[in-house]
Design a protein around this ligand. Structure first.
Ligand SMILES: C[S@@+](CC[C@H](N)C(=O)[O-])C[C@H]1O[C@@H](n2cnc3c(N)ncnc32)[C@H](O)[C@@H]1O
Length: 439
């Protein structure tokens, strides 16, 4: 395919996402099925363009003066991929499968000097979230939002139950040559974000993945798991275990000793956990897939650490799922807040006196983070916040640079707010609380 036809395809896919509310993955797959002549290189190119059109929607609609799939794709080619109006016009003229030629108005919009954008457009976020962003980041709101509109790298966690970082890195590099050990965490590997036009590195297809030496996990998520602290031999409850990403990291942290209890209120979400536990060689996880009262009663007041990977808006993962940025509505945020309030209250019952409660979201919105912690601490006077960085340092897995960068993310309650701009990771909020000995 030539670029004109690919641009036409990208416009159709953005239309399916925004106007027919299809998830990006499904829209890309359906388009591929209906256009079998498109090769994998074509599909990767279009996928990159679709994702960038969604990432840069807010600024493109100001620049292009339209919020149409066509306007967003043209905006992404210009603002994201650096093509001039002439270069875009050439690609459209060059291919009978291309969309119609640029209109006078589009040419003028593309040629206009970069508009003086309102803050929400500079930050590439929906208007209604601007106050939350300003609350979270003050004068850095635009830069933080913009960093969330970039392409994310692929990160791997070395599974120390099966191998060590050097051996794993050598095995990964043999297949993915750019892979390098993380500067922040001792057992993390990063495969840098590649050209948006290229295919994402197939990390889950390499032999090291098949052997359970590595897991695909954002480094922010890996850092969040470290907040459980030194847990070897301990009793841990992963209260929102879902597909088990954190469970696996906690099992590795505990070196297969003690016990990690994995539970999720929606047992269907635990489906993926079984093969993952097996592949990773985990032996100390007990999955509880019953109703809470039946499954967890015996654990009340007994856990050394209760880990809450709370249901949230996922605003910290917009680099990977830019469509969710536009699907998020105030009502959904309200629902997540209600769930978070409930989860904190319920999960805290399992912490033993003197034990730890770790509250994590993959969100950057203060409403889901420090506001929830503030409300919880007010309702539960036997808990107090303690520095999340301190708990992480117990594991010995943060590097010197990791300690500096992660430590710089500390805020109210000594909790940490990681972001793409600050730590080059997804956005994660991590708060550690301790239950009083007499509590
Ligand atoms: C962020 S996901 C967990 C991801 C998982 N820990 C991982 O690393 O793969 C949040 C989970 O919380 C669960 N959840 C939502 N509301 C809940 C509630 N009221 N009580 C317990 N779990 C809940 C959801 O089913 C979902 O699996």
């Amino acid at each position: 395919m030539r670029d004109g036809g690919r641009i036409a395809g990208a416009i159709e896919i953005v239309d399916a996402v925004l106007n027919r509310h299809q998830p990006v993955k499904d829209a890309l797959r359906d388009w591929g099925k209906a256009h079998r002549f498109a090769g994998s290189g074509d599909r990767a190119w279009m996928s990159g363009l679709v994702m960038d059109a969604l990432r840069h929607r807010a600024s493109s609609r100001v620049q292009m003066g339209q919020d149409t799939p066509r306007g967003l794709v043209l905006g992404a080619l210009h603002r994201g991929w650096g093509l001039s109006a002439e270069a875009i016009a050439e690609r459209l003229a060059d291919d009978p499968h291309a969309p119609s030629a640029l209109s006078e108005a589009e040419l003028a919009a593309l040629d206009a000097p970069s508009a003086d954008l309102p803050l929400a457009a500079q930050a590439e976020i929906p208007d209604w979230l601007e106050p939350s962003f300003v609350r979270a980041f003050g004068g850095d709101a635009a830069a933080e939002g913009l960093a969330m509109a970039t392409r994310a790298p692929v990160d791997l966690r070395v599974n120390t139950l099966k191998t060590d970082p050097e051996k794993a890195q050598a095995a990964v590099v043999a297949k993915l040559k750019d892979a390098a050990l993380s500067e922040l965490v001792a057992n993390a590997i990063r495969i840098p974000g590649t050209d948006p036009r290229a295919k994402a590195p197939p990390a889950d297809a390499i032999p090291a993945y098949g052997k359970g030496w590595v897991e695909v996990q954002d480094i922010g998520s890996q850092i969040a798991a470290l907040a459980a602290g030194m847990i070897e031999g301990g009793q841990i409850l992963d209260y929102c275990a879902g597909a088990g990403g954190k469970t696996l990291a906690l099992a590795a942290l505990s070196a297969n000793s003690g016990q990690v209890h994995a539970w999720d209120y929606d047992w269907r979400r635990l489906r993926a956990i079984w093969p993952r536990l097996q592949r990773a060689g985990v032996r100390n996880v007990q999955v509880h897939d019953g109703k809470e009262d039946e499954a967890l009663t015996a654990l009340a007041d007994k856990m050394d650490v209760v880990f809450i990977d709370a249901p949230c808006t996922g605003s910290g993962t917009w680099r990977r799922r830019p469509d969710s940025k536009w699907r998020l509505k105030p009502e959904a945020l309200e629902r997540r807040i209600a769930e978070q309030t409930e989860v904190l209250e319920r999960a805290s019952r399992y912490v033993r006196p003197g034990g730890r409660l770790v509250y994590v979201t993959c969100s950057i919105l203060p409403e889901e983070n420090e506001d929830r912690v503030a409300a919880f601490l007010e309702s539960a006077p036997d808990f107090r916040a303690e520095p999340a960085l301190g708990a992480m340092m117990e594991t010995g897995l943060l590097t010197g640079e990791g300690e500096v960068q992660v430590g710089a993310c500390a805020g109210r309650f000594d909790a940490l707010q990681l972001t793409p701009a600050r730590t080059g990771t997804d956005g994660f909020y991590i708060c550690v609380m301790r239950r009083g000995e007499g509590g």
